[in-house]
Design a protein around this ligand. Structure first.
Ligand SMILES: Nc1nc2c(c(=O)[nH]1)N[C@H]1C(S)=C(S)[C@@H](COP(=O)(O)O)O[C@H]1N2
Ligand SMILES: [Mo]
Length: 385
């Protein structure tokens, strides 16, 4: 029954051919947010190619707030919103487990509780869309590691694959067999060692509320430090195998195609969108008397961030201050204040550096990429006073 309903829904949504339905938040560009008496200085640089899509885009969302409200959290779904009947829901662990398991939603929710704040972004979030496919929320659920331990991952398993209930028709081409169309579930894989990291979790609450259908009700995977695509929604199967999983979202989509220098040669490398590349942006600028403050957020893979620096016009890079609310896997809010500014046009930009010293690149370094993913370039913003 449930299957029939969801299949119909899926057919309807795939008929709309909107396989990439990204609804995000048109954030601070309206520049009308007043906070604590500070005046907000509007940006003068709304990117020329910025496209506001979807009904949520007309609202002003302050993304320099630490927690993104559920209704403001961006949405990306490739096969429409899956409908899952919680009474019939089963999470199945299949394949190379010593003890394959099946759990009802109640059984899953009785497992040890685990809660953490995790920020992430879609691999397709970029400065041209104001990096708006980003958010930070408190997730409640249980650690995946404990469940994998109970099921016993076979020592020869090389990948753990996570499938959602959502599915769609995909065209694939394989050698002499030619092009064919097959129905596939949304799926993403992790190496067992990544799946067993202590921060990887199965979540059923977002900011203290049951997951909304659009965010993966009843259960989703959260892989802190990874791009959003890893966070499989409507998760109902975890499959361990000794071969590589090459579904659409691992190998044909969410692939970065870019030039890399290898010795003397420039090679065009295709790599999978996995850990978040270090990124930051100034999202809001305020003034109180002669004091100016730039506020923003930074994201990175599963490493602490070493610093965020801010540069005004052609001045020196200045170290920003991290917000004390930041946690290990949250996005990192930062601010930088200075006194006085000449009347006229100005620019401001930020750059983040991770614990290994990897620096957020200038946009010109990122631009030669042929696919839109992983656009973590420094985002220069303009304003005038
Ligand atoms: N089952 C399923 N999980 C999914 C997706 C999807 O289409 N189906 N989209 C992924 C992508 S590309 C992103 S960026 C995040 C977005 O999560 P959100 O919509 O809750 O913000 O979910 C991921 N998980
Ligand atoms: Mo995404």
């Amino acid at each position: 029954m449930t299957n029939d309903i969801s299949r119909r829904t899926l057919l309807r949504s795939s008929a709309a051919a909107a396989s990439f339905a990204a609804i995000g938040n048109w954030d601070e560009i309206l520049g009308s947010i007043q906070q604590q008496g500070d005046e907000v200085i509007p940006w003068t640089d709304t990117p020329a190619n910025f496209v506001a899509r979807g009904s949520l885009d007309t609202r002003t969302v302050d993304r320099t707030k630490f927690i993104t409200a559920n209704e403001d959290f961006y949405l990306v779904q490739h096969y429409g919103t899956a409908e899952v009947d919680p009474a019939k829901y089963m999470l199945k662990l299949t394949g190379m487990f010593n003890k394959p398991l099946s759990l009802t939603l109640d059984e899953l929710k009785k497992r040890p509780k685990f809660e953490q704040i995790v920020g992430f972004e879609c691999g397709g979030s970029s400065p041209t869309s104001l990096n708006r496919l980003t958010g930070n929320a408190k997730w409640t659920g249980t650690r995946l590691r404990d469940l994998l331990r109970d099921a016993g991952v076979d020592k020869n398993a090389r990948e753990v694959v996570f499938f959602g209930t959502d599915k769609g028709k995909e065209k694939v081409t394989h050698g002499r067999s030619g092009e064919m169309e097959v129905e596939q579930h949304f799926g993403r894989s992790l190496y067992p060692e990544d799946a067993q990291r202590p921060e990887v979790m199965l979540a059923w609450e977002m900011n203290g509320q049951p997951l909304a259908p659009i965010h993966g009700f009843p259960v989703r995977l959260i892989v802190p430090g990874w791009y959003g695509v890893a966070n499989v929604k409507w998760l109902d199967r975890i499959h361990a195998q000794d071969t590589r999983f090459i579904g659409r979202f691992m190998t044909r989509d969410y692939v970065t195609f870019k030039p890399e220098q290898v010795g003397e040669e420039t090679v065009w490398n295709e790599s999978l969108v996995d850990r978040i590349r270090v990124k930051s942006m100034v999202a809001r600028l305020t003034r109180s008397g002669t004091k100016y403050t730039a506020h923003g957020f930074a994201l990175g893979g599963n490493l602490p961030l070493r610093s965020v620096e801010v540069r005004l016009d052609d001045g020196p890079w200045q170290r920003a201050t991290f917000d004390p609310q930041n946690t290990e896997f949250s996005w990192k809010l930062f601010s930088y204040s200075w006194d006085g500014l000449k009347a006229g046009e100005h620019t401001i930009v930020s750059r983040a550096t991770d614990a290994h010293g990897v620096l957020q690149p200038e946009q010109s370094v990122v631009d030669p990429k042929k696919t839109q993913w992983e656009n973590n370039g420094q985002f220069v913003r303009k304003f005038s006073v």
